[in-house]
Design a protein around this ligand. Sequence first.
Ligand SMILES: *Cc1c(COP(=O)(O)O)cnc(C)c1O
Length: 273
Amino acid sequence: ASQACHGRSLGALSASDPLPCIRCEPGLPGFSKVPFNDLAALHAEVDSRTVAIMLEPIQGEAGVIPATQEYLKGVETLCRELGILLILDEVQTGIGRCGAMLAEQTYGVRADIITLGKGLGGGVPLAALLARGTACCAEPGELEGSHHGNALMCAAGLAVLDTVLEPGFFEQVQDNGRHLREGLCRLTGRYGQGEVRGQGLLWALQLKENLARELVAAALHEGLLLNAPQADVVRFSPALTVSKGNIDEMLLRLARAFARLHARQQAHREMPA
Ligand SMILES: *Cc1c(COP(=O)(O)O)cnc(C)c1O
């Protein structure tokens, strides 16, 4: 999909849009990209040579853009009708981030293949590829490599899974996510910014102008490390174990950062020409 980010291997880079560096042009052949959340564009692009459709349920690097329910359901239906594989990149959305083990569950779809990483290791390098039914064609151990199946990292991953599977964990993620969303909405109202979008504990605040870099710098002055995936978007994806107190502290610092930014803009405006 347009604005997709699927990772840094050559294949994953080729599936991303745009290719993140000129040195990796032209990438591998055989990847077509279509606008996200546009079912008609997808239908028009798919033909008899299409083997798979890959997308993020919520586009992370693009600025936390959720697939609409209608879109993801439509993609699944198209895949089933034409015998195409549905691949969901859940590297960013999986393992509790969206308030469920996988984001696909919150949409009520079932992918043939799912990629996992990031949260799976809870901070240590660990990634996985899940495949269901006939899409599962690799034998255990077939894709071995020096660091594949690393026992230490897998132990960390199992500890993560034990934690997120504890009763009430996903509900807590949803509850804290609502708390974060409400706080962000209050701030966007007060400082005249755009929409707040996301799910679980993955949120974006859309800024009215390309001021994300300035906001990140102002936040740093307040001891807050912010992440800006786009020039007009800041992203919030705290540890899944974050407390409401942590969130309130973050919101307070973010409010101060906004105040700094506004004071600076005010000063600019009042400066004589
Ligand atoms: C981080 C990420 C990846 C993986 O990136 P690598 O740098 O290759 O580990 C893949 N897909 C999404 C959606 C990501 O956010």
